[in-house]
Design a protein around this ligand. Structure first.
Ligand code: PLP
Length: 222
C-alpha cells in the first residue's frame, strides 16, 4: 500500500486524480477491456458472469445476484483453477524452507505480489497480503498512523464507511487523543465535497474513505 500525508483538500484532490489515472492506465493496458467498455451499456455482463461458476446456482429458484463483495468476493473459474493447481502441485512453506515445493510455492506467491503491484500501480515491496479489510486497516492504523498522532490531531472518514473503516480509527483516536471528523453525503450517497473540504485543517493527519460503497454503489473513482 502506498501511504502519504496530505495537508490540503486541493492537494488531496490532485493526488487522488493522479492515482486513479495511473490505476486506470494500468487496467486499460491489459487486454481484457478497451476504454469504451467502461460504459455500463457496453460491458458484456453475461460474458463476465460466465467466468463465475457460482453465479449459475439457483437460489430459491432465482438466478443468483451477488452484491456482498466487501465481505466475501465470489471467485472466477480462473482463480478456482489456479488455487486447485497450487494445492495439487505447489503447496508448501512459503519463504520458510529450501526444498523444491517451497521454491514452487514461494515463486507462485511472489508472482502474485508482482501482478498485484502492476495492477494497482504500486511498488512490489509495498504489497502486503492480509486476510481481510479489517486486518488491513488495523495494520495501517496501528503501524503507520498511530505514531503520527498527538492529542487534537484529526482523521477524516465519510458517512459511507463500514465498521471495518471506523472502529480501528476510533481505537487509535482513543489511545492518542486524536479526533475523528466525518464527511457527510447527499441524498444520492455522494460525499458533499464542499463540506469535505471544510473538514481539512492543519490538524488533519489521515483520510480513510471507501473506494466503492457496497451499500449504495457510490464510486469515488468517478
Ligand atoms: C464494505 C465492507 N467493508 C469491510 C468489511 C469487513 O471485511 P473483513 O471481514 O474482510 O474484515 C465488510 C464485511 O462485511 C464489508 O461489507
Amino acid at each position: 500500500m502506498n501511504i502519504m500525508i496530505i495537508n490540503s483538500f486541493s492537494e488531496h484532490e490532485k493526488i487522488i486524480s493522479e492515482l486513479y489515472a495511473e490505476e486506470k492506465r494500468n487496467f486499460l493496458s491489459q487486454n481484457f477491456f478497451s476504454p469504451n467498455q467502461f460504459s455500463p451499456n457496453s460491458i458484456d455482463v453475461e460474458k463476465i458472469r460466465a467466468d463465475f461458476p457460482i453465479l449459475s446456482e439457483k437460489i430459491n429458484g432465482y438466478d443468483l445476484v451477488w452484491f456482498d463483495n466487501g465481505a466475501t468476493t465470489q471467485k472466477p473459474r480462473q482463480v478456482i483453477e489456479r488455487i486447485k493447481y497450487f494445492y495439487e502441485h505447489e503447496n508448501s512453506n512459503i519463504h520458510r524452507a529450501a526444498h523444491e515445493l517451497a521454491a514452487r510455492s514461494t515463486e507462485a506467491y511472489e508472482n502474485a505480489r508482482k501482478k498485484t503491484a502492476a495492477f494497482i500501480g504500486a511498488d512490489t515491496d509495498n504489497i502486503i497480503f492480509v486476510r481481510g479489510t479489517t486486518e488491513g486497516i488495523n495494520l495501517v492504523a496501528n503501524s503507520y498512523v498511530k505514531p503520527l498522532l498527538t492529542p487534537g490531531d484529526e482523521i477524516i472518514l465519510s458517512m459511507l464507511e463500514h465498521h471495518a473503516n471506523i472502529v480501528p480509527w476510533q481505537l487509535i483516536a482513543k489511545e492518542t487523543g486524536a479526533v475523528i471528523r466525518v464527511a457527510p453525503v447527499d441524498e444520492t450517497g455522494q460525499i458533499i465535497l464542499s463540506e469535505y473540504e471544510e473538514l481539512f485543517s492543519p490538524r488533519t493527519k489521515f483520510v480513510s474513505v471507501t473506494h466503492v460503497s457496497n451499500a449504495l454503489g457510490t464510486n469515488h473513482a468517478n
